[in-house]
Write a protein that binds this ligand. Sequence first.
Ligand code: HEC
Length: 111
Amino acid sequence: MRGIAIGLFLIVAGLVQRSAAQTPDGKTLYEATCKKCHGVLGTPPKSMKERFAKIATFDAAFIAKHTEDSIVTVLTKGKGDDMKPFKGKLTPAEMAAVAKYVHELAIRPRS
Ligand code: HEC
């Protein structure tokens, strides 16, 4: 009886661990794919602002106007000439995780 309980516990623990590993990490994805242009905290570096006049800063005003879903749409379809679509490069779950992270960036106090 005890052996079965332990066996079940191990199966459940394994499943929980697997699903945690499959949830994409927005921060890691953002830093790998967006930081170069949008900046580590969502403020684009000066060089990028000079290169891309329309690049947005991800601050409170930005997220007030852009839902996570609308960010996923930009990631899927791209915007203008310089924001290339990430369709095929990021999965829908990864785009959702990055969009969530963009919102988290914006509510974080910056110095
Ligand atoms: C090559 C540089 C570059 C990279 C890499 C990049 N972006 Fe952009 N992004 C831009 C530029 C430039 C714009 C402005 C496009 C325009 O409005 O014409 C933009 C626009 C956006 C917008 C729309 C803002 C608005 O005004 O509606 C969002 C959201 C966005 N980027 C998110 C991301 C995310 C998330 C990533 C990473 C997955 C990313 N970008 C990667 C350059 C980049």
